[in-house]
Design a protein around this ligand. Structure first.
Ligand SMILES: [Zn+2]
Length: 44
């Protein structure tokens, strides 16, 4: 599930698995589908 974040009047979409951010929700969703970060050990 892509996370939506607003910063500086821009909406960003972050991959819930690895935290990578996109400015396009479709890009984010597509990335997340293919994201293989199964162990996000660096997430705090
Ligand atoms: Zn990812």
């Amino acid at each position: 599930m892509v996370e939506e974040t607003t910063r500086d009047d821009m909406t960003w979409y972050a991959c819930e698995k690895c935290g990578l951010m996109f400015d396009d929700p479709d890009d984010a969703a597509q990335h997340e589908e293919n994201c293989d970060a199964e162990d996000p050990s660096y997430l705090q």
